[in-house]
Write a new protein. Structure first.
Length: 337
């Protein structure tokens, strides 16, 4: 078969099936995401196998895995879909998207550092406005390559805080927060004056026992420690725990110090035996962003999702449910427009 004959058999919908099947590694999951039927996707996968001369997906234990050929096609497929979206997606406005009837699945990679009520509020809002959707929250960790996940369409949106967000992604700033310390009411620093010679010193802060979440990407040390390193400083971290919602409870029962945004700490300050104090090390404001890829930049559904995220963040100061110890998670956590 000539190259022209092969090319004539390919259209954008087939490339979208190729991209989705490879990223999902499952015909059934790809069908759900494409809002199609499993037999229809299986038929299109058969066509793709005939065109490429490769099985594309092979059995690997109890799951399916992409072949080397499939992985080599993923990036070109992403590029084609992005260009097609840029060419024809400019008329696709948020008004063209009907949240009440959509059955899409939104995949969001996020931390709970911003505010303990952010992810619950966002999930409830999405489900209220779009009752037929599914929401999958993926924990943002060093093991998750969020840039690759966005480029492959494995997640729709990434929410977190970085010193320098990737310039290859679209970016929307969500909020700016002050960096403070959270300590137990019994911590010596909680009884010191805020200013003057007897105030908590930088040396005392660095020597204290600190609790911190792991960094969000391989080889990094985290936003706080990156800022300290830029000043030639290093703190004494004795506990690392990826479940951010647990950290205030650890602080309340120990002499550990948690350094993070004021907004997060304020949720716990009136309910636990903890106190918010000024950090003696000068930190710039902590910025939180939502990031997305060209792949979804013009998508009406994705733009609607980004608008909901912004609206929830704007309304967080009004969300003041009672913060009782029994109502908060102790084991685990969900932290260029």
């Amino acid at each position: 078969m000539s190259k022209d004959a092969v090319f004539d058999k390919i259209d954008i919908s087939l490339i979208r099936v190729l991209h989705t099947v490879i990223t999902e590694c499952s015909v059934s999951k790809a069908a759900l995401r494409l809002q199609s039927s499993q037999p229809a996707v299986s038929t299109q996968l058969k066509r793709l196998r005939e065109i490429t001369g490769d099985p594309l997906l092979v059995r690997c234990g109890q799951t399916m895995a992409p072949t080397d050929v499939a992985l080599s096609l993923l990036e070109p497929a992403s590029a084609i879909l992005q260009h097609a979206q840029s060419m024809f997606g400019h008329k696709n406005s948020v008004r063209d998207f009907d949240p009440a009837s959509t059955t899409l699945t939104f995949r969001i990679a996020a931390t709970d550092y911003l505010d303990p009520f952010f992810l619950p509020e966002l999930t409830l809002r999405l489900r209220r406005l779009a009752p037929n959707i599914k929401v999958e929250v993926v924990q943002l960790t060093a093991e998750l390559d969020h840039r690759r996940s966005l480029a492959r369409g494995e997640v729709d949106l990434v929410i977190g805080n970085w010193l320098e967000p990737s310039d290859e992604l679209h970016l929307g700033r969500l909020l700016t927060d002050e960096v403070v310390c959270l300590v137990s009411e019994d911590h010596p620093a909680a009884r010191l004056p805020k200013e003057g010679k007897r105030a908590w010193s930088i040396e005392q802060y660095l020597a204290a026992e600190h609790v911190s979440p792991p960094a969000l990407h391989p080889g990094a040390v985290g936003v706080i420690d990156e800022r300290l390193a830029m000043q030639g400083l290093r703190r004494n971290i004795v506990v690392r725990n990826p479940h951010f919602a647990q950290l205030p409870y650890m602080v309340a029962g120990s002499l550990l110090v948690l350094t993070t945004g004021r907004r997060f700490c304020e949720r716990y300050a009136q309910q636990l035996r903890v106190k918010i104090i000024r950090c003696p090390v000068p930190f710039p404001a902590m910025n939180y962003y939502q990031l997305w890829h060209d792949l979804t930049h013009h998508s009406a559904a994705s733009r609607w999702l980004r608008e909901q995220v912004r609206d929830v963040v704007r309304g967080l100061h009004q969300v003041r449910p009672p913060l009782r110890a029994e109502s908060l998670p102790v084991l685990g956590s969900s932290a260029k427009q």
